[in-house]
Design a protein around this ligand. Structure first.
Ligand code: PLP
Length: 849
């Protein structure tokens, strides 16, 4: 076990995280020992580090429980409008430290563990990430939950409790290998199973006509077992709920086989139904039309809507029967936000519940559905848009297919009324695509079934209106909105970067934790050499810590005074990790050509997972690793240039990388990255950005001013122009000798001497099939990188820019994003009231407030 922190290190933590109260410390020690004894059934002679982690997690969770119960009671009593955030992904990461920080007990817990002779940081490392997401979309959902709780909104996350989250990435001989993420192996101390609230979900079967209307019959039932996860607000005693559904076989599953006597087979087959919540699909920005995925999407929607309607009825009418007109109130009491189209079956499912089960007329039900639902679009890439085959829906969800056809019928009537005879427009806007295999366009369904449709950065929301959903914008312009993404400053600064947090709070107080705009107050210190020095010192410490981690985990030695140039995100052609790679090779060639020339040392790090079936993305990973091999082992290069592949990029690794970054790479082809949120994490932690005018980079540049960011490359308009004109990569290849050399080296096996053809297909893509125009931006990128190096040599200038970056990151708090959703889409306001502290007896607490 590592040595506990020194008194000095402990004092430093106490300064930003409040004071450890002796009573609290003693109480925590007692509770910890009680859990070690009664929950873990261990004494200190035999307890492992993992036992200590679990005892600690249970101790911290105990501090949540009363607040959780009281928050839910409070919602029941006050019956505010509920917000339901439906998402197939919640990329939560770890909970222990986040819970301690939001509850304000970090210092007391630190002190208690110290007095017990335990190293809290070592124990924290034993928590598995809740990796129930792929990348930005899933992490956004997690940041939103933190903000909604901190803003006192009566909000619920709803999703799936995947038994296996996003795979663990191993790099072996430069290649990605996937390992299953068995994150529940040792149990999950944060969740509470609620078998008493289990709900049935139907699949397959057929639809019959009855005097009371359509009936969906002969279905196969799977049960949805809810697991509740606490979502603590920051410093406000609010604890909201993330409810994740797990699939359970019904007791009588495959009853026929039981009766036939094949008992063993019938028991084994129960797994079939329970496979629904087995594993997260590892695609980011890619639609793979798998049947099991469709079942996951419906499973989540069907269970969640039953829960929503039950809660609506219980709050509104108690035990009396709801009448048809009661449902008129649904849009006043319920907002459903769809995180991309993944949960879009909530629309036909809500229609089915209102029409088939509650007996509402179609028009009434449709009005309620549209007023209740809202849809967030996350991508314009055609390969990412969900289009489910009609045949698949017909078999698995026959009633929903009928409802979708009915919605489409009225939708096409609307179009016909507005544009009589415009058959091509009808074809373009139909929910059903008829060319080739018949498919349902889920984005079209989501737009028609929602009262609000939003993009996730200003430029993306404009592209949606002018291009992707142009026809729909012309039909219902009032639906279209922008909600620029954000990140929670609690996890992405207070938690991950205590050194910078302390420094900022010393300078401007700590209100920035809940009002990130306060960081503006740092602007006047941008040129202050004392403050610059303090900022530099924190960054240097963070870089040293990352360097130590990389040496300890991967045995790579890096120069901590070099520029840390980092690109971490899912590996995708549109994100252009290959362009970064072209720069690396260019730098290498320059050093080799002129070893004596002045050079600004860089450690270039690239990290991210490729979807297991994405051939080109996996090749890119291999290329980066092979280039790293050559560069890192060339004595001529020395420590001027090092290339590191950051294995298994995930939330927990992001928390260690962001504080140590000097340069953030945000280099997607303009018009392809909807927003990005990694860009915001880097900015908040004092890295400068080299980036294109894409996604939220545009608004970051606007906030900080172009003089504080390294913008290069084509604009969206210029990309469009190039597409029209026709892109010929050879034009750039033939006119730039540095570029030609780099491409030739990739093509001819310079980096893969054992297999000269290894990267031929990558060179081929770059020269012949490149959808993302890498060579068109190459020269501008290299020029801008040279400028980055020059500025890095001017420390005062660099630090001034760093401070200006931090000072202007306020807009990118997810608190701001959520306030906008509340105001413009949900009809919900923040509640800044602090709930009573439940450790105080209830009567006293109520009088207090
Ligand atoms: C923030 C985050 C992302 C999103 O990064 P982008 O650069 O916006 O694509 C992906 N993965 C993890 C683990 C993150 O924390």
């Amino acid at each position: 076990m590592a040595t506990p922190k020194s008194d000095n290190e402990r004092r430093k933590q106490i300064s930003v995280r409040g004071i450890a109260e002796i009573d609290d410390v003693n109480e925590i020690k007692k509770t910890f020992n009680r859990h070690l004894h009664y929950t873990l059934v261990k004494d200190r002679n035999v307890a492992t580090s993992r036992d200590y982690y679990f005892a600690l997690a249970h101790t911290v969770k105990d501090h949540l429980v009363s607040r959780w119960i009281r928050t839910q009671q409070y919602y029941y009593e006050k019956d505010p409008k509920r917000v339901y955030y439906l998402s197939l992904e919640f990329y939560m990461g770890r909970s222990l430290q986040n819970t301690m920080i939001n509850l304000g007990i970090q210092s007391s817990v630190d002190e208690a563990l110290y007095q017990l002779g335990l190293d809290i940081e070592e124990l924290e490392e034993l928590e598995e990430d809740a990796g129930l997401g792929n990348g930005g979309l899933g992490r956004l959902a997690a940041c939103f939950l933190d903000s909604m709780a901190t803003l006192g909104m009566a909000a619920y996350g709803y999703g799936i409790r995947y038994e296996y989250g996003i795979f663990a990435q191993k790099i072996i001989n430069g290649e990605q290998q996937e390992e299953p993420d068995d994150w529940l192996r040792y149990g999950n101390p944060w969740e509470k199973a609620r078998p008493e609230y289990m709900l049935p979900v139907n699949f397959y079967g057929n639809v019959i006509d009855t005097p009371e209307g359509k009936k969906w019959v002969n279905t196969q039932v799977v049960f949805a077992l809810p697991y509740d996860n606490p979502i603590p607000g920051y410093n406000n005693n609010v604890v909201n709920t993330l409810r994740l559904w797990s699939a359970k076989s019904p007791v009588d599953f495959n009853l026929k086989f039981f009766n036939d006597g094949d008992y063993i087979q019938a028991v084994l087959d129960r797994n079939l139904a329970e496979n629904i919540s087995r594993v997260l699909y590892p695609n980011d920005n890619f639609f793979e039309g798998k049947e099991l995925r469709l079942k996951q999407e419906y499973f989540m929607c069907a269970a969640t809507l039953q829960d929503i309607i039950r809660r609506f009825k219980a709050a509104k009418f108690g035990t009396r029967e709801a009448t048809r007109t009661d449902f008129d109130l649904l849009p006043d009491k319920v907002a459903i936000q769809l995180n991309d189209t993944h949960p879009s079956l909530a629309i036909p499912e809500l229609m089915r519940v209102l029409v088939d089960i509650e007996g509402l007329p179609w028009e009434k039900a449709w009005d309620i559905t549209v007023k209740t639902c809202a849809y967030t679009n996350h991508t314009v890439l055609p390969e990412a848009l969900e289009r489910w085959p009609v045949t698949m829906l017909e078999s698995i969800l026959p009633r929903h297919l009928q409802i979708i056809y009915q919605i489409n019928h009225f939708h096409l009537e609307d179009i016909q009324r507005k544009w009589p005879g415009d058959l091509d427009r009808m074809r373009r806007m139909s929910l059903i695509e008829e060319d080739g295999e018949k498919r349902v366009n889920m984005a079209h369904l989501s737009i028609v079934g929602s009262h609000a449709v939003n993009g996730v950065a200003r430029i993306h929301s404009e592209i949606i209106k002018s291009d992707l959903f142009k026809d729909f914008y012309e039909l219902t312009p009032e639906k279209f909105q922008n909600k620029t993404n954000g990140i929670t400053p609690r996890r992405w600064l207070l938690l991950c970067n205590p050194g910078l947090s302390d420094l900022i709070s010393d300078k401007i107080g700590d209100e920035w934790t809940v009002h990130l705009d306060q960081l503006q107050k740092l602007k006047k210190f941008a040129k202050d050499s004392n403050f610059q020095r303090a900022i530099m010192k924190v960054k240097q410490e963070n870089k040293l810590r990352l360097a130590q981690l990389l040496e300890q985990d991967y045995g790579v030695k890096i120069n901590p005074s070099s520029m840390f140039d980092i690109q971490v995100k899912r590996i995708h052609e549109y994100k252009r990790q290959l362009l970064n790679c072209l720069h690396i090779i260019t730098l290498y060639n320059r050093i080799k050509k002129n070893p004596a020339a002045k050079f600004t040392p860089r450690t270039i790090m690239i990290g991210g997972k490729a979807a297991p079936g994405y051939y080109t993305a996996k090749k890119i990973i291999k290329l980066v690793n092979m280039v790293a091999n050559v560069v890192n082992n060339d004595p001529i290069v020395g420590d001027k240039l090092k290339v590191i592949y950051l294995e298994n990029y995930r939330v927990t690794l992001a928390e260690k990388i962001m504080p140590a970054a000097d340069l953030s790479e945000q280099i997607s082809t303009a018009g392809t990255e909807a927003s990005g949120t990694g860009n915001m994490k880097f900015q908040l932690n004092g890295a400068l950005t080299i980036g294109t005018l894409d996604g939220a980079n545009v608004e970051m540049a606007e906030e900080m001013g172009n003089e504080n960011i390294f913008i290069f490359g084509m604009t969206v308009e210029e990309v469009e122009e190039l597409k029209k004109k026709g892109y010929n990569a050879y034009d750039y290849y033939n006119s730039n000798p540095e570029l030609k050399q780099v491409i030739d080296q990739i093509e001819n096996g310079f980096f893969s001497p054992g297999n000269p053809d290894e990267f031929k297909d990558l060179a081929d893509i770059l020269l012949k099939y490149d959808r993302f125009f890498l060579l068109a931006d190459y020269e501008a990128y290299i020029k801008k990188q040279d400028e980055v190096s020059a500025v890095y040599e001017n420390q005062a200038k660099w630090l001034e820019m760093v401070i200006n970056n931090i000072a202007t990151s306020g807009k990118f708090s997810s608190d701001r994003t959520i306030i906008e959703y509340g105001k413009d889409i949900w009809g919900v306001e923040p509640n800044y009231e602090k709930l009573p502290d439940p450790s105080v007896p209830r009567e006293l607490a109520l009088k207090d407030n």
